[in-house]
Ligand binder design. Structure first.
Ligand code: IVH
Length: 672
């Protein structure tokens, strides 16, 4: 191919690759399968090899990383990279908003843009006439380090500003953003570090910063780094007037902006969103350490200016860090009420995410060994919002003399040999008479099921140890005198406990059913059974076929329920509870809500913008609809959010209506 023809094809291929990169990295919506993308990329690489004179630094083939550098050059930022003043309470946020209003003139409308505060490494990207020419770390805010070569290896960093046909790129554009290390890749990265005898990174921020400062950019290229951009520094040419428009503009021009950014008009709504995100951050595949709140209007930003390189027009709402390092002292096993052996970690107490954590769940043997954590190791502990603390991985090489974790061969409580059914990850104690089952069932009964005030796990364990409690009926025969005779139990608290146990007899039938610990019958299915059969007698007499007619109960569960009620001792237990005065008939709690959507069943798939899934479900149910997991002929509609699952295809195949979020909003408004 003559050079001129090759140049044309090369330009076309670069445009195509850039387009598909944009679909993939920015829009998260690839148009072609990976193989088609690879074919374009390979053709480009082959042509460039034939015509090395046509290779340019902004070609996507140049992302691989080059010869190691001796060190990083210092570069002066075109505009200083400031930092953010932080607030930690809604009150401090409101005080800031009041101050902003005072400075601006109180009548002026103010809107805010909220963005997740990504816990990575701040960078500046400079584009001249649309071409990426320099990337730098923040450094001291005035001068940073030139990490251009390394940034070129990050797929999410555009090598060119994306422009529409005929649109000229801005002569100068400095984009600001945060390079981050995805959490999914972080655990794997640390495993590999440990396997290679190197120190694991204590958190994903250090991993991002460390990866960016590799002298050999081939090492950076091997890390799964990504980028969210959130602003601009120096620039020439046409430019948006608000932060909200700027985010849209950056996205249109090929930069990855965070989909969770949001524009709000009152500071109360901002404060609320900041609190909600403290829990929601656990859903993200990257660390955030707070929310950045910016004035939306860029002119207002300019008028407010900065104090000591900290803008008056923005604040960082920060939470306590959600990860910490501590020692894993021991791995304990707890046998659950279904016989599953659940390992948990006893930790050296550590402050994380605003509370002191001294234990964490560990899932199962496979998971522990995949994470490569051992008793005695220093480990990274993660906690976010209400989520149970997790051990993420090792925080250093194994302590001397440690061994990989093995599940016990016999049940720690009854000594019977444990089993691990093929295809399952959990080890189980097969002994149905294992004391753990009685104990755990009792704990489940007083807490999750009957919700007895002031009577919880500790109470049950104590009475179990004292030999006063072996089954649920025992609970209802306890006397205040028995309790008061226990060490440290006052008369008042004894009477109080007895009164709440007595009061729990009035709990609805569905709670009693849930508390019975029938295999695979959780709260929702217990309620469905109560609704369908109306009373314990109805259930005891039900055949497997009849049970299967209950919503959510398939043949497997129907068999388990039928088996459970076929056991004499279970029926005896139920009858005894009945004679003690517990509710054995369905009542108001089990009555389905009657409303304009009664008799209609919906399925929700994907992430909705304005609702969590629970909220959408509750809103539909409040109008009488039912929300289920599986699409069937009975489904009235499938509500589809972002990144939906295969349920959409199923719905289309079954001829079921597909509704987007706007249609859901309309449905709720119309029927409400
Ligand atoms: S705006 C004048 N927006 O937080 C500084 N910063 O202390 C304006 N960060 O390391 C920064 N996410 O890189 C802004 N959505 C976001 C951010 C963000 C993370 C980092 C930033 C810097 C630190 C600021």
């Amino acid at each position: 191919m003559p050079s001129s023809e090759a140049a044309g094809r090369i330009a076309e291929l670069r445009r195509l690759v850039a387009h598909h990169d944009y679909r993939y990295h920015v829009l998260d919506d690839p148009e072609v399968p990976d193989s088609a993308y690879d074919a374009l990329f390979d053709e480009l690489k082959a042509l460039e090899e034939l015509h090395p004179e046509l290779v340019t630094a902004d070609s996507p083939t140049q992302r691989v990383g080059g010869v190691p550098a001796a060190g990083f050059k210092k570069v002066e930022h075109l505009q200083a990279m400031g930092s953010l003043e932080k607030v930690t309470t809604p009150e401090a946020l409101e005080k800031w908003a009041a101050d902003v209003r005072k400075r601006l003139g109180t009548d002026e409308p103010v809107a805010y843009v909220l963005e997740p505060k990504i816990d990575g490494s701040a960078i500046s990207l400079v584009y001249e006439n649309g071409v990426f020419v320099r990337g730098a770390t923040r450094g001291d805010g005035t001068r940073g380090e030139d990490v251009t070569q390394n940034l070129r290896t990050v797929d999410a960093v555009p090598l060119r500003v994306l422009t529409r046909d005929g649109e000229a790129p801005p002569p100068l554009l400095e984009v600001r953003g945060e390079i981050y290390f995805p959490l999914s890749g972080f655990a794997r990265f640390n495993e590999a570090q440990v396997a290679a005898g190197k120190k694991p990174a204590p958190n994903s921020r250090n991993a991002a910063a460390g990866s960016l400062r590799q002298l050999d950019s081939r090492i950076t290229a091997g890390r799964p780094l990504s980028l969210w951009v959130y602003g601009a520094g120096a620039r020439e040419g046409e430019f948006p007037r608000t932060q909200w428009e700027l985010l849209g503009w950056l996205r249109e021009h090929g930069f990855r902006t965070n989909p969770h950014a949001e524009r709000l008009e009152t500071i109360e709504a901002v404060a609320e969103a900041c609190t909600v995100w403290e829990t929601r951050r656990a859903e993200l595949d990257y660390e955030i350490d707070g929310i950045v709140i910016k004035l939306d209007d860029l002119d207002q930003q300019r008028r407010l200016g900065a104090l000591h390189q900290r803008p008056r027009w923005a604040r960082a709402y920060k939470w306590a860090p959600s990860t910490a390092i501590t020692r894993l002292n021991r791995i304990h096993i707890r046998v659950g009420r279904t016989g599953a052996l659940n390992p948990w970690a006893e930790l050296e107490p550590v402050h994380v995410g605003g509370v002191t954590v001294s234990n964490a769940t560990l899932h199962n043997e496979e998971d522990i060994n995949r994470k490569d954590i051992r008793e005695g190791d220093l480990v990274v502990v993660q906690r976010a919002g209400d989520v149970i603390p997790q051990v993420v991985g090792p925080a250093g090489p194994h302590a001397k003399g440690t061994r990989p974790f093995r599940m016990p061969v016999t049940c720690p409580l009854c000594g019977v040999e444990v089993v691990k059914p093929p295809g399952e990850v959990m080890h189980r104690c097969p002994n149905r008479a294992c004391p753990s089952r009685g104990l755990e069932t009792l704990i489940h009964w007083v807490s999750a099921a009957m919700d007895i005030e002031g009577v919880g796990e500790q109470f049950v364990r104590r009475l179990w140890d004292a030999g006063l409690l072996r089954s649920m009926p025992d609970l209802y025969r306890l006397t205040a005198e028995q309790l008061a005779a226990l060490d440290g139990y006052g008369e008042v608290s004894a009477r109080h406990a007895i009164a709440s146990i007595e009061a729990s007899k009035a709990q609805p039938f569905s709670r009693v059913l849930f508390g019975l610990n029938i295999p695979k019958i959780g709260w929702v299915l217990a309620r469905n059974l109560a609704r369908r059969f109306g009373s314990i007698d109805g259930l005891i007499g039900a055949s497997q076929e009849e049970l299967e007619l209950t919503e959510g109960i398939g043949p497997d569960r129907a068999e388990l329920v039928a088996e459970w009620f076929a056991e004499e001792e279970n029926v005896a237990l139920v009858r005894e509870l009945e004679s003690l005065g517990l509710t054995m008939r369905s009542g108001e709690a089990e009555a389905p809500v009657e409303g304009p959507l009664s008799g209609r069943q919906y399925v929700i798939t994907g992430t909705l913008e304005g609702y969590t899934r629970e909220e959408a479900k509750a809103a539909l149910e409040a109008l009488g609809a039912r929300v289920s997991d599986a699409v069937s002929k009975k489904t009235a509609g499938v509500i589809v959010g972002e990144s939906p699952g295969s349920k959409v295809q199923k719905a289309e195949k079954a001829g079921v209506a597909v509704l987007d979020e706007a249609a859901l909003v309309a449905l709720l408004a119309e029927r409400d």
